[in-house]
Write a protein that binds this ligand. Sequence first.
Ligand code: PEP
Ligand code: MN
Length: 338
Amino acid sequence: MIIVLTPKATEADARQILERIEKAGLKPLYMPGVERIVLGALGDERKLASLQLQANPMVESVKPILTSYKQVSREMQAHDSQVQFGDRLIGGGSFAVIAGPCAIENKDQIHKSAAIVKKHGGIGLRGGAFKPRTSPYSFQGLEEEGLKLMQQASLEYSLPSVTEVIDASHVDMMSQYVDAFQVGARNMQNFRLLKAVGQTDKPVILKRGMSATIEELLLAAEYIYNEGNHNIIICERGIRTFEKATRNTLDLGAVAYIKTKSHLPVIVDPSHGTGIRELVSPMARAAAACGADGIIVEVHYDPQVALSDGMQSLDEKDFEKLMRGLLPFVKAAGKVIA
Ligand code: PEP
Ligand code: MN
């Protein structure tokens, strides 16, 4: 429920109402605005009815939130959220390009890849150290050693870093090395993991599960938000459909839809979304055109020798072209490249 107070209501009035909400067994939220204080009550809404808040002279209106996800919904917050990633803000008017290899392979590789990302205008460095591979025989990542290598590259090129976390017990260890967490498609509904990253203050890039509905994706975001971490970036990375020509079906309709329903920033992963190098640039432009707040792209100094996802990785020339081609689309969408 959203409880809008009258303009004359004071913070003390609000606190009184919040106390009643909490006593009724609901989670109280305090959201002071410029003109009015807005309160929230989360939980079993039948409990709220008994409070008769409408009868309070300081209450202007009591409205139910119609979506199953509450705190991440636009009903709860009309304006766009912005997430601080390094010294940049993601969401709200800028378009962020985060790039880097699928996996951190060695010192030379992550440094060369970071140099390419920096040189051509990327604002963040990606790289996996714990790789959730489909086959147990595929390269699984360098783990903590990889995080150390990425941290060096991140510092050397002043690029904040993001890496995938696959296990709740790794969160504290990984926090020392990286600026943001990625929760991958395979873990979107790993609720213990969502809660664990929700208890940190680091930005979380939450990727859509390969067969997750938009509602399930936003409910997964709600888990993180509900733990107190509001620094969430939603990522559309394609879903599994009957189509086999592309690795996944990149659901850009979901981007436009989520932007109407949630205040969280939304980015697109055209690399995993298509699985085909030649399609990464066109779909990056499409992402900008449909209102995304950025992209996360796989870049490798030499995709031919990449230990994972080489066929969808861009080399320096391709990445430079992507950045150049993106500009007019970002401009047309009313944004600026971060
Ligand atoms: C990745 O970003 O390297 C990755 C494994 O992505 P996803 O979880 O979207 O498959
Ligand atoms: Mn990958």
